[in-house]
Design a protein. Structure first.
Length: 317
């Protein structure tokens, strides 16, 4: 019997034939209305769901999918998937940890360069026929702090250290003995020793508002913040205040609390660079993520262990 997969993701259509060639029947529901109809009117059709971290899958939706056996999350984050509900139903959850690390790291460095060198405003001024020259800091030799030294954080650290001759410090849930970078015990300590701070940690309750007024003040008026992780890691109100009062020099953000809505206060600030949650999007990363979904589905429906399981609540003890 062919497994039917409900696809909630809106950015992978070009690569979905990878799954169809493996024999899976796909039904696409990328809009809220289509999603609601598919789940609550035709929920019995689906044995698998393909989603993203911010799109998630709620407990109510899981309850409306009586034949659901596996949830596959594109990308590393799974913060809006109700893991407790999945555990109670015995549903397997997988993610794409590490698959798009290179793409996210590239985007993080692009944001850092654009922010520190003030590229968007320079471009806009030239288009207006102006020729204003503004002195901006260099990246070479500066101190980079990386919050979260997983696959993405490591890719960022390597680019910074080897490509820009930057000294790298990091904060992680635990110290790593396999890296040449300096460990900091708290996010505030990390911010204090950094000229630039890049957030690359997963979302969720454990990392909620790790970057707040205290850590932003530690980063200081010459410091720059880049967030390519999840908006929940940064206290948005504290960040806006720090930017408006120039208690930090600037911020570049790819993630927001209520996507696609972006606070007008951020849009109004001249010391901010904004992108629409695209750090992990590249043809290479998207293809690899869909291929990994296919491998996880095939393993699961063949009775084999999935390749990238997400630990469910009772497994974390």
């Amino acid at each position: 019997m062919t497994a039917t997969v409900l696809v909630l993701v809106e950015t992978v259509n070009e690569y979905l034939p990878i799954l169809e060639r493996q024999g899976y029947h796909l039904e696409l529901a990328p809009t809220p209305a289509e999603r609601k109809t598919a789940i609550f009117e035709h929920g019995e059709r689906f044995s698998a769901v393909l989603t993203r971290g911010p799109l998630g899958l709620t407990a109510e939706e899981i309850a409306a999918l009586p034949n659901l056996q596996i949830i596959c999350v594109i990308g590393a984050g799974y913060e809006q998937v109700d893991l407790q509900a999945a555990r109670q139903r015995g549903i397997v959850v997988t993610n794409g940890a590490g698959v798009n690390a290179s793409s996210v790291a590239d985007h993080a460095m692009a944001l850092l360069l654009a922010l520190v060198r003030d590229i968007p405003r320079a471009d806009a001024s030239v288009r207006r026929g102006e020729w204003a020259k503004v002195m901006r800091p260099s990246l070479a030799g500066k101190r980079l702090g990386v919050l979260g030294l997983g696959a993405v954080g490591m890719a960022i650290a390597r680019r910074a250290a080897l490509g820009f001759d930057m000294s790298v410090s990091y904060h992680n849930r635990r110290m790593r003995n396999d890296v040449p970078y300096t460990f900091c015990a708290t996010p505030t300590e990390l911010a204090r020793v950094s000229d630039f701070l890049i957030v690359a940690t997963p979302g969720g309750l454990d990392t909620r508002q790790l970057i707040n007024k205290q850590s932003l003040d530690a980063l200081g008026p010459k410091g720059f913040l880049v967030n390519v992780a999840r908006a929940s890691v940064v206290a948005t109100a504290d960040l806006i205040s720090a930017l408006e009062q120039r208690r930090i020099a600037g911020a570049a953000l790819d993630v927001f609390d209520h996507e696609p809505e972006v606070p007008q206060a951020l849009k109004n600030l001249p010391n901010v660079v904004l992108t629409p949650h695209v750090a992990g999007l590249s043809p290479e990363a998207t293809r690899a993520m869909v291929e990994l979904v296919g491998q996880n589905l095939t393993a699961f429906f063949s009775g084999k262990p999935v390749l990238t399981p997400v630990r469910l609540p009772d497994e974390e003890r």
